[in-house]
Design a protein. Structure first.
Length: 49
């Protein structure tokens, strides 16, 4: 999942934006997942091809 800004993440996830987003359907089939997420800023992208 990628977002254009941290504000967009907060709009999507709410004030506790570091809580992992794992939909109910995914929780049914996953054995485990991280409860907290980390966010990283992408400074540069390259398009090879």
């Amino acid at each position: 999942m990628s977002f254009d800004s941290l504000e967009n993440v907060i709009d999507f996830q709410g004030p506790d934006y570091e809580a992992a987003y794992v939909p109910a359907e995914a929780r049914k089939i996953l054995k485990r997942w991280d409860e907290r997420s980390t966010h990283h800023e992408v400074r540069q992208t390259r398009n090879y091809g």
